[in-house]
Design a protein around this ligand. Structure first.
Ligand SMILES: *Cc1c(COP(=O)(O)O)cnc(C)c1O
Length: 728
């Protein structure tokens, strides 16, 4: 195998004493370590905000004077030395959960394929929930010491940024990302050329470059096709996420699945287990079969091995999230390939045949994945049930409860989403190793040791911080653009840092019903404007650029937001991303989620809110159906599912208004102690943290993936003799 180097192209001009700050330019570990972030803010807080928390741009632009100042600052140097020690120990990775539990598996690798990875706001190559889950999965795999390698795309234009026009219409803006500003490292060969792989797309040999992002201990391999050898259209094959052009989409999926396997091979990586996070990458199974057939195995033998070593996670029951392709696209791209697999057209299509949404047959990516992966799961208990029902026809001989799809409920990466101030409280009052043992429920029984007053002060601080951030954004908008003043108010400039604040932020898809709380305008306006009990609601979220109903939903919400009668208490924040998400899930009082059950397979934003003591107020769907215990938030509606959407919406809206009016608002404003603490509210917040912190963390989730799915897959790979060589 050739020698491979991974190089950063940039060196920074830093004082020797603190030159290792550059380590954080190309390793994302700092993202979930607030002490490391503090190093940047201590050097120049304003610049850190200006460069959108991007260490590469920060280190390039920072004033030498600021650097010289901290080199003489004893306190800074103490933090610096401590952070570097922690980082070095972490990277050694000698005492991880994986080492302890699975030492015999050392040297084996797990490949994790996903269409998008949401790691940080400064790397905008993600669209939403699926991407952030993938990013959180990598971070947790790093923390636990799993020998995982991610595979995905470096979208050269990233996801769009969102502007809302005065009449509430979403405008999408795309821009070329400046790759030199991203923590991506070209993977090079001995002669210093960046490695490329190629795939055949109907006679076009399309090349993709290889990049690496280092996520703590875990490498993420990324592909992009913007290389000179490719034709102009092929150069932009990986420029954007989730195109509606199915020809482009299948080309991307061929590149991810087939090209992704080739990329790993080029790097000498032989994973023992292969995880397809959603069906987009399912072509990887075919490429693995093809490889083994080149080595002399039959299709039957090879596909058996692939099945036993593959894991597939389905993420949504919503049709638009389950990719399927018209057969003419298969005829266009696969005639050579199916011959290489020793199959004819029908046999090939049978691998993924599905009843198309548009009638007739289609080639379905989840079906392909389910046929070629023995380990399959949904992302919550209810979603497991729904998936077994939905895919029952693939196993007609079985009872629905025996359909072989299990579930692993989604979690969130605690270090990424937990407010620094709350970490501080936990450090002071909980067991010193709480972060190490955060999935152990007994750790959280100590939450009551935190004095209510101190806890409440932190919560108030986080809300003020959110408001200050929103005001500052408004001010900037007002200065730098020519938008109508009503849009400044719509953006939150009249928010009240002391009012009960509800957050609703997620993708604007119609089943998520962002407008449910606006269904009875008179009733909600009345609740918002009670003189001593004001309520305010902050909305944020993007609609897919091709989703007209989603954009109309934004427009409907925006119309309500602009209505002067709401007193500035309805707000829409433009351009939702991980940065805004962090402010919201840490800063509001209530996290609202109103999906039409059972369409929210899991949801994760409410989990981010819950661990920060923000109370969930949600439909009993996805994760919340498992998390809600009667005392740690509120439910909207009950387990009833209606056949009639209108009836369900009406019932859910009534439940929502009643609970808000009779329980939530009085508990926040009226049930106060002599020193003005909302005692019941604080008890609920603590209950939220106590019950949900251990359960809805990726710590629990990735451990489950390891023991229930990766481990059996790795063992069967072992049996089949495809174990990779010991490292080193
Ligand atoms: C967590 C998160 C999501 C997912 O939100 P859901 O409510 O679970 O759909 C989407 N976008 C961003 C930016 C997030 O941080």
């Amino acid at each position: 195998m050739q020698k491979i180097t991974i190089e950063t192209s940039i060196t920074f001009d830093l004082p020797r004493r603190i030159k290792r700050l550059a380590d954080f330019a190309y390793n994302l570990w700092w993202i979930w370590n607030p002490e490391a972030i503090r190093l940047f803010t201590m050097i120049d807080k304003a610049l850190w905000e200006d460069v959108y928390h991007n260490p590469i741009v920060f280190l390039r632009e920072v004033d030498r004077a600021n650097l010289n100042a901290v080199v003489n600052n004893r306190f800074f140097l103490d933090v610096y030395d401590r952070v570097m020690r922690t980082f070095d120990q972490y990277m050694l990775g000698n005492h991880t959960w994986f080492n302890r539990e699975y030492a015999p598996l050392e040297g084996q690798r797990i490949a994790y394929f996903s269409f998008e990875f949401g790691l940080h706001e400064s790397i905008p190559v993600y669209a939403g929930g699926l991407g952030i889950l993938s990013g959180d999965h990598l971070k947790e795999a790093s923390d636990l010491g799993l020998p995982l390698v991610g595979v995905g795309f470096l979208y050269t234009q990233g996801y769009f940024s969102q502007k809302i026009t005065e009449d509430g219409w979403q405008e999408a803006r795309n821009q070329m990302l400046k790759l030199e500003n991203l923590p991506v490292m070209p993977i090079k060969d001995e002669s210093g050329r960046q490695l490329t792989i190629s795939v055949d797309l109907t006679g076009r040999n399309v090349l993709a470059r290889l990049w690496q992002i280092q996520v703590g201990r875990v490498p993420l391999i990324m592909l992009d096709t913007n290389v000179e050898e490719n034709s102009l259209p092929d150069r932009s094959l990986t420029s954007r996420l989730y195109s509606n052009d199915l020809d482009l989409r299948i080309s991307q999926e061929i590149l991810l699945g087939i090209g992704g396997v080739r990329a790993l091979r080029m790097l000498g990586i032989k994973p023992a287990a292969w995880h397809m996070n959603e069906g987009h990458s399912a072509f990887l199974t075919l490429e693995r079969v093809r490889e083994m057939m080149v080595d002399g195995k039959s299709f039957a033998e090879a596909s058996e091995i692939v099945r036993k070593s593959s894991v597939f996670t389905t993420h949504t029951p919503v049709p638009a999230g389950n990719d399927e392709f018209a057969l003419w696209l298969i005829d266009k791209y696969f005639p050579v390939y199916w011959q290489e697999l020793g199959l004819d057209r029908d046999q090939f299509i049978d691998l993924a045949r599905n009843k198309a949404r548009w009638g007739g047959d289609s080639f379905s990516m989840p079906v392909l994945a389910m046929h070629l992966a023995d380990y399959r799961n949904g992302v919550s208990e209810l979603h497991g049930q729904v998936s077994r029902k939905m895919w029952h026809y693939l196993w007609p001989e079985r009872n629905v409860e025996d359909v072989p799809i299990s579930h692993v409920t989604n979690g969130i990466h605690t270090g990424t989403w937990l407010a620094r101030r709350l970490r501080g409280l936990f450090d002071r009052y909980l067991a010193s190793d709480w972060l190490e043992r955060l999935d152990d429920p007994s750790v959280w029984d100590d939450i009551d040791k935190i004095p209510d007053g101190e806890f409440w002060l932190v919560r108030r601080h986080l809300k003020r911080k959110l408001m200050a951030y929103i005001m500052e954004r408004s001010r900037r908008n007002w200065i730098t653009t020519t938008i109508h003043p009503v849009q400044i108010i719509a953006g939150g400039s009249l928010l009240d840092p002391y009012a009960l604040t509800i957050g609703f932020a997620r993708r604007f898809a119609t089943y998520k019903r962002a407008n449910l709380i606006l269904r009875d305008m008179d009733r909600i306006l009345n609740l918002l404007n009670q003189p001593n009990h004001p309520v305010q609601i902050i909305f944020a979220g993007k609609a897919h650029p091709a989703d007209e109903p989603g954009k109309l939903l934004i427009q409907e919400v925006y119309r309500a937001v602009k209505n002067a009668q709401n007193g500035g208490r309805l707000v829409f924040l433009e351009d939702y991303d991980m940065n805004i998400a962090r402010y919201l899930v840490q800063g509001v009082d209530i996290w609202l989620n109103t999906p039409r059950r059972p369409n929210e397979a899991s949801g994760t934003s409410g989990e981010k809110a819950a661990i920060n003591g923000v109370l969930n107020f949600s439909v009993l769907d996805g994760w919340w159906r498992e998390g809600f215990n009667g005392h740690n938030g509120w439910a909207i509606g009950d387990d009833t599912e209606f056949d009639d959407n209108e009836a369900q919406d009406a019932a859910d809206a009534t439940s929502l208004y009643d609970t808000l009016e009779k329980e939530i608002i009085p508990m926040y404003y009226d049930q106060r102690s002599a020193d003005n603490l909302p005692v019941e509210w604080v008890a609920r917040m603590k209950e939220s943290i106590r019950t949900m912190m251990p359960q809805f963390s990726t710590r629990r989730m990735v451990k489950e993936y390891m023991t229930d799915l990766y481990l059996p897959a790795m063992k069967s790979a072992d049996a089949a003799g495809i174990k990779s060589k010991k490292k080193g």
